[in-house]
Design a protein around this ligand. Structure first.
Ligand code: UDP
Length: 237
């Protein structure tokens, strides 16, 4: 079987790791790791950016009285716990991994070194990027676009929890919300849609990086997206 992609960047939302709760649900992470192992076995190179919404979101802590930048650092540290959980279950599934973080923490991860990340990928290792960009006021979606561009991934696969693509309004609040199969970056931005933040979308647009939004709730969806099956919503030029 031929695959459309040689190297992919998979963004996993933090919410998926918690299975809807605060913290990490090991069963969910094991299932995601199994899907990643299946993809790696086909020879596709997989790099991952992990979110942290299952622990902290800076914006939410700010609303409750914290300084935004410190709250954002808490958000970034949360992503690292998800990385370690994912690393553990990937290794149990027989996949070699390296975690690289944008905030130095030598005891648990390598620092973010893009060229080294590419070497790992060439050797069939999965590289898991944690701690976001290391900078407050960014999202892990934006980091996913940046890392995808820097390591030369051909597509950005946006694995989400609780939604199976991009809708014209929030399906949680509007039962008549309509899902897009395809959407241009400009249309996404003009409609001010919120599945990923505008910074991530505009970066992908400016460098022509296709994004596919899909649900992590269905087992096997990561493999389907990597195989080029039409699932979720594709955002492109
Ligand atoms: N964050 C940040 N800079 C980054 C990436 C993330 O400050 O480069 C913080 C921000 O507070 C964010 C939190 O980390 O709310 C968790 O990341 P995100 O909300 O993107 O996670 P996801 O929604 O994908 O689970």
């Amino acid at each position: 079987m031929t695959h459309p992609y040689r190297r992919v960047l998979l963004k996993l939302s933090g919410e998926a790791f918690g299975g809807g709760k605060v913290g990490v649900d090991p069963d969910v992470v094991a299932s995601v790791a199994k899907q990643i192992a299946e993809v790696v076995a086909t020879g596709v190179q997989v790099a991952i950016v992990v979110g942290g919404g299952n622990f902290f979101r800076g914006a939410e802590l700010q609303q409750r009285g914290m300084e935004r930048d410190r709250a954002d650092y808490m958000g970034m540290l949360g992503t690292v716990m998800n990385c370690l959980a994912l690393q553990d279950f990937c290794e149990k599934a027989g996949v070699q991994t390296r975690v690289q973080t944008a905030i130095a923490m030598g005891q648990v991860a390598e620092p973010y070194i893009p060229r080294r990340a590419e070497r790992h990928l060439e050797k069939g290792r999965v590289v898991i990027f944690g701690a976001g960009s290391g900078m407050p006021y960014f999202s892990t979606d934006t980091v996913a676009a940046q890392r995808a561009l820097e390591i030369g991934a051909e597509v950005l696969l946006m694995g989400k929890q609780g939604t199976d693509g991009v809708y014209d309004s929030d399906p949680a609040h509007n039962p008549d919300a309509v899902k897009f199969d395809d959407l241009t970056y400009d249309e996404y931005l003009a409609r001010d849609l919120k599945v990923a933040d505008a910074t991530a979308i505009s970066m992908a647009r400016d460098y022509s990086l296709p994004m596919i939004f899909f649900s992590l709730d269905d087992d096997g969806n990561i493999g389907r997206a990597v195989a080029g099956e039409k699932i979720g919503t594709t955002v492109h030029n």
